[in-house]
Design a protein around this ligand. Structure first.
Ligand code: NAP
Length: 284
């Protein structure tokens, strides 16, 4: 029977560390600010943005929300990013994705100053992550690494399998596991013998976006199973990529959805914003 990795508890711990450090900075007269930009009225994006603002309040950051209408042009959004790039009160800039189709997401990501890019999506930060010399870690994969650390399982020399190769989750996830000396395999929609590859994983990270994708035959006895997926099942309930109930007895450790990776992503965003403020003030 698996031990449940409690993402809410681990994220609370991370946020408490951030809150304490932010308090120390405030005592030195340094306020920390995160700008959150949302374009359009995607309900899921609205929930994420509200959660990020709530987390800022919890850790004592100032949050500046820019809610722009759906018809905002790319030029207008770039103009706002430029303004935030040079705003001394803003340490981190987060543009909530996805953006409306008429806006080129890459153009926006590339316009964010790398030292304020707390999502770590800018190519300069992606390069740093690849090299292993980074200030900011991408929030979701970094949160997964914290959850794995919580189990006490050492990644070194373990067979690690990541299902998914997106720029936001799969690829950086694989890099972080590699930096910890895991033997890493990345699976995707063209992978053959996926179930067999997964069934050899000591650490299995699912970032597919398909409810119930990971079934017990894909899980090695005692494996660490991390579920990044955020999907809706047929009843509209939030669920992950892993068939949690069916895999529970086989896994050694497992993350629930909700309450696993989700809360970690926001906690790591807070940590990155703190790091940005420390870098700006020559404190790292
Ligand atoms: P994405 O960009 O859609 O990538 C999905 C990946 O899964 C792709 O690499 C795709 O392969 C692969 N895939 C799809 N069907 C597959 C199949 N049948 N067999 C093997 N691989 C398959 O999604 P994402 O942005 O990485 O997000 C993945 C999931 O994580 C989503 O549910 C998302 O909502 C969730 N998420 C959660 C958090 C959080 O904070 N908890 C944060 C970000 C994302 P190809 O590349 O070959 O198409």
């Amino acid at each position: 029977m698996a031990k449940i990795i409690d993402g809410k508890a681990v994220s609370a711990k991370v946020k408490e560390q951030v809150r304490k450090e932010a308090e120390t900075l405030r005592e030195k007269g340094i306020e920390i600010g995160l700008a959150v930009v949302i374009v359009g009225d995607n309900p899921a994006s609205r929930v994420y943005v509200n959660n990020k603002k709530k987390a800022c309040a919890e850790v004592g950051f100032n949050s500046y929300e820019y809610a722009l209408p759906e018809e905002t042009t790319e030029a207008e959004l770039l103009e706002l990013v430029e303004k935030l790039n040079s705003d001394g009160k803003v340490n981190g800039i987060l543009v909530q994705l996805p953006l409306p189709k008429h806006i080129n997401e890459n153009a926006i990501i590339n316009a964010i100053r790398p030292d304020k890019d707390v999502d770590a999506f800018h190519p300069e930060n992606v390069g740093h992550i690849m090299i292993g010399d980074f200030s900011f870690l991408p929030c979701t994969p970094a949160g997964v690494m914290e959850l794995i650390a919580e189990t006490g399982v050492d990644v070194c020399s373990k067979n690690c399998v990541v299902i998914g190769r997106s720029n936001i989750v799969g690829k950086p996830m694989a890099m972080l596991l590699l930096h910890k000396n895991g033997t890493v395999t990345i699976c995707h929609s063209r992978t053959k013998n996926l179930a067999e590859i997964c069934s050899n994983a000591d650490i299995l990270v699912a970032a597919v976006g398909k409810a119930g994708f990971v079934t017990p035959d894909m899980v090695k006895e005692g494996a660490v199973v991390i579920d990044v997926g955020m999907n809706r099942n047929t009843e509209g309930k939030l669920c992950g990529d892993v068939d949690y109930a069916a895999c529970f007895d086989k896994a050694g450790y497992i993350t629930p959805v909700p309450g696993g990776v989700g809360p970690m992503t926001i906690a790591m965003l807070m940590r990155n914003t703190l790091t940005a403020a420390k870098i700006k003030n020559n404190m790292v």
